[in-house]
Ligand binder design. Structure first.
Ligand SMILES: [Zn+2]
Length: 366
């Protein structure tokens, strides 16, 4: 008798499930499965930073001609006091960007120069590049930004890959040190881009939606090779300050990143595009931010003003299990670190003011 009743219940359950889901929903797309959380906990959604802040990792490619008023409105809404535009380019473009800034909002923007890597290995390339950097700084640039193309795609006059620590580039790093400007450098990409693209890869969705991001050990080089090249560069130029972009691609291994910072006092980091890594380890991240509070800068990278909300919430609140804004970076939820004010002030502006010349301090609280 009991057996018969169980059997009947099982059949009814199957029939009801079939009726509700129409059969087709029993298997679901990973991208589609995105259920709103049913968790009820205190929420502190932030649209504005607690303190005025400096975004050290921003890209505005058309600064010579753009209407800066449009940017300022968005910046004011976020409480972003200074935007560092890493895409200042070089030569005339820098002059025009600086002119636009000076005429309109002289305290609100900083421009970094870029190096033209065409012709590495050719006669006098390094001297020319170092002289150009000096010129760009004279014209108002306050730092140098190196894109990930160095390591990935930059080749010398013989068509060979130029390594990040190629000695032929040394005069440029040396010059940056002499000029006392920081070098913000992005090398490689998340390690997962080199890993097999399968069910064990945390960035599977990003690789599926952006297939050109997939890398192989021999194309252009292994992740470890590129990262080691970057560290050799840092160690070889102790008098130059380097800002390792994206936490040096160790945001998912903060113990390792801490060791690297201990070894290399001339290096600081910024957290552009990696807040999702910090938001999944709020306790470890808070410890890291406490220990290395003088070595971390606020960076975001892509200019999507609404996405800053996630950054503020992870840094400032103790909220639990709230959504991240881009599933291909993180299919997991965020937790806040709840950093104290003295640490927040360093991350938001004090460290950047110390490291990047030309920022007007009077815009920030003590
Ligand atoms: Zn960038």
């Amino acid at each position: 008798m009991m057996k018969k009743i169980f059997c009947l219940i099982a059949i009814v359950t199957v029939v009801r499930a079939g009726a509700q889901t129409n059969g087709s929903e029993l298997k679901m797309d990973f991208e589609k499965y995105n259920p709103p959380s049913t968790l009820v906990v205190p929420e502190h959604k932030l649209t504005r930073a607690k303190f005025p802040f400096i975004d050290v990792h921003n890209h505005q490619f058309n600064m010579p001609d753009m209407d800066l008023e449009v940017l300022i409105k968005e910046m004011d809404r976020l409480n972003m006091k200074v935007m560092v535009n890493l895409s200042g380019q070089t030569g005339d473009r820098i002059k025009k960007s600086v002119a636009n800034i000076k005429q309109n909002f002289p305290k609100r923007f900083i421009v970094f120069a870029n190096v033209d890597f065409k012709g590495v290995g050719g006669d006098g390339w390094a001297t020319k590049a170092a002289t150009q950097l000096e010129e760009d700084v004279k014209n108002g640039a306050n730092g140098l930004k190196i894109y990930k193309s160095l390591g990935f795609s930059v080749t010398d006059v013989n068509g060979k890959r130029v390594t990040v620590d190629d000695p032929r580039l040394d005069p440029v790093w040396k010059k940056a040190g002499e000029l006392k400007i920081p070098v913000l450098i992005h090398t490689a990409d998340p390690k997962s881009f080199w890993d097999p693209m399968d069910a064990n890869n945390e960035r599977w969705l990003e690789l599926a939606t952006h297939p050109n991001r997939k890398k192989e050990d021999n194309n252009p080089a292994s992740w470890e090779t590129l990262i080691e090249e970057q560290h050799r560069l840092f160690k070889k130029h102790p008098n130059t300050t380097f800002i390792a972009a994206h936490f040096g691609w160790y945001p998912n291994d903060l113990a390792k990143l801490g060791k690297l910072l201990d070894e290399m006092p001339n290096v600081v980091v910024e957290f552009g595009a990696i807040i999702a890594e910090l938001g999944r380890q709020p306790r470890a991240a808070k410890q890291f931010f406490t220990k290395y509070q003088d070595r971390i800068l606020f960076g975001k990278d892509s200019w999507v003003p609404d996405e800053y909300a996630t950054y503020f919430r992870v840094l400032e609140t103790e909220d639990e299990y709230f959504p991240y804004h881009k599933k291909y970076h993180a299919f997991w939820a965020m937790y806040g670190m709840g950093l104290p004010d003295d640490v927040l002030k360093k991350i938001y502006y004090k460290n950047a003011v110390r490291i990047i010349p030309g920022i007007d301090k009077s815009q920030f609280p003590n």
